[in-house]
Ligand binder design. Structure first.
Ligand code: T1G
Length: 656
């Protein structure tokens, strides 16, 4: 970590050099404060250019510091110091200026930027709001209506937009620092513009604030920071810069110390560690240019879409022409839907489809670098597919199964080149869900495992390595989550109360509503298969419902009734009648107790999974739950909550 100083005549160039993102750590802040004093005392200096070394200007405050108390020099004080400097400071931005990076640029007298650079205040992703003047200086530079989307809605501004809005004074084509020094020299011949803090700001009026509040409340989906960022910005518009700065700082410090921000910081670092397991760091992944997908059903189509979205050409194989046509039609529908939602252009949708070659049979996959199987979840069917593939493909073709619960050792049993076999468990819809469970066999080569992690990163997925057991990590925990929900049911707690409690906790839907959406028959068939194998599997409420034809939304009723055409769950008298003999008398249970019971069950199974070596860390278990099973991000995950003991009722020591 260093701060470089160069003199270009009467212009000083100060370069932040704190890899990997020039985070404004305590030492960087102290060095900048000292530099400001030093340059103020140097009469030969008439302007200061502030630049960043490496690939970007500044990635923000040092998030790692947030788990401890704020340390001096505090960033707001440093920014006020820069504003008050005798010689004006000019921010020279390249790559990205995020959070404190944008805020330090706002505190400068001028801002110049390289083409392609981007500005943002993404603090709300971390459960906080900008804490160093971003909510106050930005609207005074670019106006309230341009600033609110940046401050409270994660909107980024590219260099052109920043220039147009008044955030940037000049775009520098060519060497940035040279151009910034030239700009500084020009600037010295003109009167200085007022500092952002000294500029007036127009209140857009009550209708604007009302619409912004409604929009942001809806988009924030229960996360507390976005509405508070808007409030801080508005307070400063209506009560002045200093009052706004006080509200911003108070809100920032309160959120920073809270559980939600701690959870989001925890996930921020866990998500960045996930693609780079320590034991694979020295193992180069193989190049993957040609990918085959076997199976044009829901999973195969989703996987093919995910590959195309990442720019990889795909050969989609089905066993017959009708199946292939269905698959290609479904895949085209995925891209067309993305275009209709404005996520991609029509041209991009066509280009993605053009990168798919549909074939009948497996012969065309012979030269693939990787083949991902996504056929019917049946061992014999999968074994037959891989037996053929092993006869067609060389042993350097990686063979991957998308199985969600079958033991991959059985699927690949007896194949030549077991070292190139692996499980890649995608989650439906595979082009949307970020989680990828990576399940190596004992024989899987490290390079093949490294390739799987590299593929996940290229697909924008969150990879988690899972050991082999029934359900790997996520489905195994889901089984215990559901079992605990059923236990509560048997204790007389109505399933509607359990669902309501989990929705109140932050899930999009509770465990019973989720079963209705996914279908009760899947778990029922697993239980029946286990019973056929001679295992003792007690009768469950789900069995009773499925046997009565109540498989969920797809049959118009499961745990709830779904009147024709609606997907809104309605209480069902038939369910009450069917389950009365099984369930005890109804009893009330406080929602927080319901939540604690279910989270404790997940955390207990998560701890067993870690103890057995199926998952490597608590972070991995939480990434699975957040990115594969809808665990609310702002809560961090079951292991996070168990460690922090923020939910009453979770045993202090999770039983192993
Ligand atoms: N603080 C500490 N470490 C950071 C960091 C940060 N702000 N940003 C990135 N890292 C680490 C990251 O953990 C990883 O570490 C490495 O850098 C590369 O990250 C005062 C309060 C900048 C777009 O929210 O969005 O300013 O795993 O893999 O894909 O009001 O990092 O290598 O050990 O993501 O090239 C606001 C967060 C902070 C931006 C680069 N800023 N960072 O992406 O690399 S709060 C942010 C990012 C704040 C002010 C408030 C991205 C990136 P390791 P990476 P990348």
């Amino acid at each position: 970590m260093t701060l470089h100083l160069e003199r270009h005549g009467e212009i000083a160039v100060v370069t932040l050099d704190n890899p990997p993102v020039n985070a404004l750590s305590r030492t960087m802040r102290a060095a900048l404060a000292d530099m400001a004093d030093r340059l103020d005392g140097d009469a030969g200096i008439r302007a200061v250019v502030l630049a960043g070394a490496g690939r970007l200007f500044v990635g923000g405050a040092d998030i790692a510091e947030f788990d401890g108390p704020p340390q001096e020099p505090h960033l707001p004080d440093l920014l006020a110091r820069i504003e008050a400097a005798r010689a004006p400071w000019i921010a020279a931005v390249h790559g990205m200026a995020l959070g404190g990076g944008t805020e330090i640029a706002l505190a400068c007298r001028y801002r110049v930027a390289a083409p392609g650079s981007r500005f943002g205040l993404p603090e709300v992703n971390l459960g906080i709001i900008p804490g160093s003047g971003g909510t106050q200086r930005l609207p005074r530079l670019i106006g309230v209506e341009a600033a609110v989307p940046v401050v409270a809605e994660k909107r980024m501004l590219d260099a052109t937009e920043a220039l147009g809005s008044g955030l940037v004074d000049r775009i520098i084509d060519g060497p940035l620092v040279v151009g910034a020094v030239d700009f500084a020299r020009d600037m010295l011949n003109h009167p200085l513009p007022p500092l952002a803090r000294d500029r007036s700001v127009t209140d857009p009026g009550p209708a604007y604030w009302q619409a912004a509040e409604a929009r942001i409340a809806k988009a924030s989906k229960g996360q507390s920071a976005p509405p508070l960022a808007l409030l801080a910005l508005r307070h400063g518009v209506q009560h002045g810069f200093e009052a706004g700065l006080r509200q911003e700082r108070e809100t920032f410090l309160r959120l920073r110390a809270g559980d939600e921000a701690a959870a989001l910081r925890y996930l921020f670092f866990a998500e960045r560690a996930a693609p780079r397991p320590a034991d694979l760091r020295g193992t180069p992944p193989r190049a993957v240019a040609r990918v085959g997908v076997v199976g044009g059903g829901t999973m195969g189509v989703g996987i093919a879409a995910a590959l195309r979205n990442a720019g990889l050409p795909v050969i989609l194989s089905e066993r017959d022409q009708p199946g292939l046509e269905r698959g290609l039609t479904a895949l085209r529908a995925v891209f067309d839907a993305a275009a209709q939602r404005g996520l991609i252009s029509d041209e991009a949708a066509s280009a993605r489809m053009a990168g798919v070659r549909g074939v009948v049979g497996l012969e065309a996959l012979a030269d693939c670098d990787l083949v991902i199987e996504a056929v019917f979840e049946d061992l014999a069917v999968k074994q037959a597919v891989f037996k053929t593939l092993a006869s067609l493909c060389g042993t350097d073709t990686i063979l991957a199964t998308n199985t969600s619960y079958i033991d991959p050792r059985q699927i690949f049993n007896g194949l030549r080149g077991p070292e190139r076999c692996i499980g890649l468990h995608f989650f439906s819809p595979a082009q949307v869900m970020k989680l990828m469970e990576i399940i190596p066999l004992p024989e899987t080569a490290p390079a093949v495992l490294a390739t799987a992690f590299d593929l996940a990163a290229n697909l924008g997925k969150v990879p988690v390595r899972a050991g082999i057991c029934d359900g790997f990590i996520g489905n195994r925990i889901l089984k215990h989550y559901r079992a605990e929900a059923e236990a509560l049911l048997r204790e007389g707690v109505p399933h509607a109360a359990i669902d309501a409690a989990m929705r109140g906790f932050g899930y999009a839907m509770g465990p019973f509503e989720m079963q209705d959406m996914a279908g009760l028959d899947i778990a029922f068939l697993h239980r029946e298969a286990a019973r056929l194998r001679g295992e003792t599997v007690p009768e469950t409420a789900g069995d009773i419902l499925v046997r009565a034809g109540r498989k969920g939304q797809k049959t118009g009723g499961g745990w709830y009734d779904y009147p024709t055409g609606t997907r809104a769950p309605q209480p069902s008298d038939e369910v009450a009648r069917l389950l009365a003999p099984l369930l005890g008398p109804a009893r009330a249970m406080p929602a927080e107790q319901i939540v604690a019971r279910l989270i404790a069950a997940m955390a207990a199974e998560g701890q067993r999974i870690i103890d057995e070596g199926i998952a490597s860390t608590p972070q991995d278990v939480d990434l699975v739950e957040v990115h594969g099973y809808g665990f609310p991000r702002g809560k961090g995950g079951p292991m996070f909550l168990a460690a922090r003991k923020t939910i009453t009722g979770i045993p202090t020591r999770i039983p192993t």
